[in-house]
Design a protein around this ligand. Structure first.
Ligand code: NAP
Length: 288
């Protein structure tokens, strides 16, 4: 199977690149801007046809949550129209799609981990545009799934872990929000899951409903996450818990966005590492 990874220079795309050789049944083509823009339908369709693409893992997205509030048009273009283009282009070759979405489609007004069947209600532009992208996939008849994930970090790109490591070396004290609860997800674990699903020929990937939830196991606040980064790195920086109201941002974020992963574990027979174990692995890699 020939698999196109769109947005391949981002966190998830880069982690897929790193493990790609472990999946010998899959033949990969990695593309990102400016070479392949998912917003350009003609170019995308021609690329898929010319290169005999059978499947896409869409890692391309507009992910700047705060900037999206002021840049709604471009966020909509990439996260919604770009996904419609991918769906339409795959339709012509009968291709498969794994599309990645976000916990930010929920409003956070919950106290139990969100199931795939729970109602969505995004509270910001990023979440709204990602929901529109989900709907393009859900309403299509191509062999496709949407995997919602949360709090993604990796050895690549900019992310919370790297920011905490930098600030932990520069500062003696750091204030971090403790009233937003979710689960950190190592992009390498998500990458493995996507490739395991795609490489198993038994998996008609849209079986049992198209939406799946994936994060690492466990629960944390951003304060817990930051504290773990400092401890694992043995950094002498005190993390102080603060409330969301004391750290104003352009975009509102859900107070609670823990995802229930029972469906993906059952349907695809996968096991998911505990968030702190995966964090240790990623930090070890960053420090080596
Ligand atoms: N990061 C998180 O915390 C998080 C949480 C939950 C869900 N997710 C979802 O997980 C997925 C992967 O996220 P990530 O953190 O790996 O994202 P990322 O690091 O921001 O990577 C996204 C990649 O897509 C590229 N891109 C942007 N517009 C494009 C276009 N029109 N055509 C082709 N490529 C384009 C970006 O290029 P430029 O950098 O040049 O723009 C970037 O290389 C996304 O769907 C995201 O919404 C992320």
């Amino acid at each position: 199977m020939r698999v196109l990874i769109t947005g391949s220079n981002g966190q998830l795309g880069s982690e897929i690149k790193e493990i790609a050789t472990k999946y010998s049944k899959l033949d990969f083509i990695f593309k990102d801007l400016p070479e392949l823009d998912i917003c350009n339908f003609e170019a995308l369709q021609a690329f898929i046809m010319d290169n005999n693409i059978n499947a896409i893992i869409n890692c391309a997205a507009y992910t700047a949550v705060d900037k999206a509030e002021e840049d709604a048009e471009i966020a909509e273009k990439v996260n919604s129209k770009g996904v419609i283009n991918i769906v339409n282009a795959l339709q012509t070759v009968n291709g498969k799609l794994i599309h990645i979405s976000t916990d930010y489609v929920f409003d956070g007004d919950h106290f139990l981990p969100y199931k795939e069947t729970d109602p969505v209600s995004p509270i910001g532009v990023y979440g709204e545009t990602k929901r529109a992208g989900e709907l393009a996939v859900i309403n299509s008849d191509i062999d496709s799934i949407v995997i919602r994930t949360s709090w993604l970090y990796s050895a690549y790109g900019n992310n919370f872990v790297k920011t905490m490591m930098r600030l932990g070396k520069e500062k003696k004290k750091l204030k971090v929000i403790f009233d937003q609860i979710g689960t950190p997800t190592f992009a390498g674990d998500l990458a493995n899951t996507c490739l395991a699903i795609l490489s198993n020929e038994q998996n008609r990937i849209d079986k049992a409903g198209k939406v799946y939830h994936f994060s690492n196991e466990g629960v944390a606040s951003w304060y817990d996450f930051a504290t773990a980064v400092m401890k694992i790195n043995k950094l002498d920086c005190e993390v102080l818990p603060i409330e969301t109201k004391d750290y104003p941002t352009l975009a509102k974020r859900p107070h609670y966005s823990v995802l229930n992963k029972a469906k993906i574990k059952q349907n695809f027979k996968i096991t998911i590492p505990y968030w702190r174990d995966s964090l240790e692995g990623c930090i070890q890699k960053l420090n080596s």
